[in-house]
Write a protein that binds this ligand. Structure first.
Ligand SMILES: Cc1cc2nc3c(=O)[nH]c(=O)nc-3n(C[C@H](O)[C@H](O)[C@H](O)COP(=O)(O)OP(=O)(O)OC[C@H]3O[C@@H](n4cnc5c(N)ncnc54)[C@H](O)[C@@H]3O)c2cc1C
Length: 386
């Protein structure tokens, strides 16, 4: 693994950083206050991201995307991760799984997403099926050439602004030697499809302005052509991209933590108590040193996993280690930063309390820390047959 960035990668970092500072930072306070990105602002940021060539960075160049390698995607995600989530997500990276679109699906879903004309969301989680996705109870039953969908999904990010849902539903139930097994199928469901309703979920402590929703399906009929990939192979299809999406969480956490460490360091250097900058007290300087060290370690782990992805050798455990370490590092860094800021760390006048709140979700979504540890432990034990 080459630890030096290429000139192209340096350019990506500086271009994205510049965009984030110029186009996103100025709107953070407003989004926080409104718990909303005003529609006009959202369109203008999207248009600027497209003009700057930053949109759909994760998609292949031949389809109109950025065509970046995994290390470059991680670097771009790291820089975007510095900004508030609701804003940075407007520089959209359509769901990777859409690359499985075929024929008409490409024209209807994949390409408009890459052009910024349509927006997707992914609906997997249910009230009774979170980490244990295979236990989902949403069903898609065959009716002639169509599927009839029934069930409820919750915690579905930005479904309120999505044009269609990449839905995961059980298409049957099979008895196997290890008990009942539900084949899960991915389906593309347009927002205005009769039988599907979307309503905003409860307010979340993290990421104001970026909402999660509840989706209800009642005899919702979609044509067989809505199926993404093979019937019963939805989770396997999603699994092909799971590692990349966990690296995104890791990279976002690293980017956010770097911004937070910078702010904590400046505060520790400028805030004086007992006649000297508080950073000179070991009780403040040592936590700062730990924050900076853990941050560098998380970044290296994330970049290493991305480099392995580029070489086609990244394992689930590589991605899980990056996700769990970077997201937990962000939690520690934001918490210590509140402490370094003292009372001001808890006041909404400064972004510190927001960074602390926003950090919390990174340890939960895209697979909780416990699930990541399961993946890592399993890979350690596998060679021993345990
Ligand atoms: C803000 C937000 C946005 C989200 N966006 C989306 C989205 O767009 N699409 C989507 O499909 N989902 C989304 N999710 C869902 C997210 O992926 C789930 O919340 C997550 O997978 C955990 O599921 P759960 O919340 O049901 O917790 P549970 O699975 O009920 O877990 C509860 C606790 O038990 C632990 N636990 C569970 N099983 C085990 C085990 N085997 N061993 C050890 N510990 C275990 C968990 O780690 C956790 O600590 C979102 C969630 C949030 C909070």
């Amino acid at each position: 693994m080459d630890l030096e960035l290429t000139p192209e990668q340096c350019l990506i970092v500086s271009t994205v950083r510049d965009f984030v500072e110029r186009e996103l930072y100025p709107h953070e306070d407003e989004v926080e206050r409104l718990d909303e990105v005003p529609a006009e602002l959202a369109s203008s940021i999207r248009a600027r991201a497209i003009a700057a060539g930053l949109y759909a960075a994760n998609m292949p160049a031949e389809l109109g995307g950025g065509g970046l390698d995994a290390v470059s995607v991680v670097l771009a995600e790291r820089e975007l991760g510095r900004a508030s989530y609701a804003l940075q997500m407007l520089v959209e990276r359509p769901s990777n799984i859409l690359q499985a679109c075929v024929g008409e699906q490409r024209e209807r879903y994949l390409l408009p997403c890459i052009r910024g004309e349509r927006h997707d969301c992914v609906a997997m989680t249910e009230p009774e099926a979170g980490s244990d996705v295979r236990s989902m109870s949403t069903t898609a039953k065959r009716d002639g050439a169509d599927y009839i969908i029934n069930g409820t999904k919750h915690f579905i990010s930005h479904a309120d602004v999505a044009d269609f849902v990449i839905l995961f539903a059980a298409t049957g139930s099979e008895e196997t030697s290890r008990g009942p097994h539900k084949p899960i199928t991915a389906l593309l469901v347009d927002r205005d499809t009769p039988g599907m309703s979307i309503r905003r979920g409860p307010p979340c402590v993290s990421n104001r302005g970026y909402h999660q929703c509840e989706l209800t399906f009642t005899d919702c009929r979609v044509p067989g052509t809505a199926r993404l990939g093979e019937e019963g192979r939805g989770l396997e299809l999603m699994g092909q991209w799971l590692g990349a999406s966990r690296l995104t969480v890791a990279a976002t956490s690293v980017g956010r933590a770097r911004r937070v460490v910078e702010a904590a360091t400046q505060w520790a250097a400028g805030r004086r108590q007992f006649g000297q900058p508080i950073g000179r007290f070991q009780g403040v300087g040592f936590p700062l040193a730990d924050m900076a060290t853990e941050l560098e370690a998380a970044e290296l782990l994330t970049l290493r996993a991305a480099a392995r992805l580029d070489h086609g050798v990244m394992t689930d455990a590589d991605a899980a280690m990056a996700k769990v370490f970077a997201s937990e590092m962000l939690g520690r860094v934001t918490d210590r930063t509140v402490q370094i800021f003292g009372g001001m760390g808890l006041m909404s006048e400064l972004p510190v309390e927001r960074w602390w709140r926003d950090a919390r979700v990174e340890r939960i979504w895209d697979g909780t820390s416990e699930i990541q540890r399961h993946i890592i432990a399993r890979s350690l034990l596998r060679p021993y047959g345990a």
